[in-house]
Design a protein around this ligand. Structure first.
Ligand code: ADP
Ligand code: AMP
Length: 220
């Protein structure tokens, strides 16, 4: 079953997706990571996405939907991190699931107080090649400035600066928050809210509880 991690930038979706995919037979697909790889590879999509990303705006639906249809072609055992972000994307995802005969995607909403997001995002450190993230205070790497796994230098994402973060948070409110209602209607019951405040391990435990109720198999 397709699992969607829904929530504002900085809610901890990527952090948790990377932990959860180690434990469950579900692979993380981060649209942000995919787009950054396209940019690094200077593909046509990467070039088209660039200005939107730099400004903190959403890349047009058509481009994103095509990219994701390609990515989710073969298996529904995925955690979607950063997708869908608009109602049009959510509708396209449901259509994809239907066309494959998969059950409809389920969403986990990361419930966070807005006041924590800026601090989380300005302190975020990213390993560009893998998308692994750290935080200078809340989740520091073992050696300052270096990725724990590869030893590569960590970067600060160019869109993790205050002004762009403000735009991204406004875009979330305007274009992505309506998805809460899309998934949370009594008829479909497709949304579970998880408290995403507090230590990373505590949040993981809460997500694992939701996932086990949904009977997603663990890795052997
Ligand atoms: P998202 O993928 O939702 O944008 P991230 O997972 O990248 O968010 O997390 C944003 C920042 O907040 C990162 O620097 C991460 O280390 C940090 N972070 C994640 N979860 C927590 C938490 N529970 N408490 C404090 N900081 C966190
Ligand atoms: P993220 O890594 O999820 O914070 O995404 C970084 C940027 O990539 C966003 O600010 C958008 O510009 C773009 N992006 C990522 N996912 C999507 C999406 N589903 N729809 C549109 N744009 C996206």
């Amino acid at each position: 079953m397709i699992l969607i991690f829904l929530g504002p930038p900085g809610a901890g979706k990527g952090t948790q997706a990377k932990i959860i995919e180690e434990r469950f037979a579900h692979r993380q697909i981060s649209t942000g990571d995919l787009l950054r790889a396209h940019r690094a590879g200077k593909t046509a999509l990467g070039r088209e996405a660039q200005s939107y990303m730099d400004e903190g705006k959403l890349v047009p639906d058509g481009l994103i939907i095509r990219m994701m249809e390609e990515e989710i072609k073969t298996s529904s055992n995925v955690i979607l991190d950063g997708f869908p972000r608009t109602v049009a994307q959510a509708v396209a995802l449901d259509q994809l699931a239907n066309s494959k005969g998969w059950s409809l995607p389920q969403a986990i909403l990361f419930d966070v107080d807005e006041s924590v997001l800026m601090e989380r995002l300005v302190g975020r450190l990213t390993h560009a090649a893998s998308g692994r993230t750290y935080h200078s205070t809340f989740n520091p790497p073992v050696v300052a400035g270096l990725d724990d796994v590869t030893g590569d230098a960590l970067i600060q994402r160019p869109d993790d600066k205050e002004e762009t973060i403000r735009t991204r948070l406004a875009v979330y409110k305007d274009q992505t928050e309506p998805l809460i209602e899309y998934y949370d209607n009594p008829a479909s019951g497709r949304l579970t809210s998880v408290d995403a405040l507090g230590p990373i391990d505590d949040v993981t435990r809460r997500i694992e509880r939701v996932i086990s109720v949904r009977e997603i198999p663990q890795r052997p």
